[in-house]
Ligand binder design. Structure first.
Ligand code: FES
Length: 75
């Protein structure tokens, strides 16, 4: 999954502390706890474009960046 692959691709996860759970809504696009910032632009550009639903939820994410995604929506 994205969460497992994150380290390999220099992706910074918002909740580094294990007590902050990532993926609170289990991938149903109802939270933004799985917000990830893709540090590698080449990798970001290889990803499928976010859906409108993902973008709406990303707007609510803390610290949104140009290369932010929701981890649960990225394979
Ligand atoms: Fe809730 Fe991704 S786990 S939006």
């Amino acid at each position: 999954s994205m969460l497992e692959a994150a380290h390999e691709h220099d992706i910074e996860l918002e909740g580094k502390d294990d007590s902050i759970s990532s993926g609170a809504c289990e991938g149903s696009l109802a939270c933004s706890t799985c917000h990830v910032i893709v540090m590698d632009v080449d990798y970001y550009n290889k990803l499928e474009d976010p859906t409108d639903e993902e973008n709406d939820m990303l707007d609510l994410a803390f610290g949104l960046t140009e290369t932010s995604r929701l981890g649960c929506q990225v394979i």
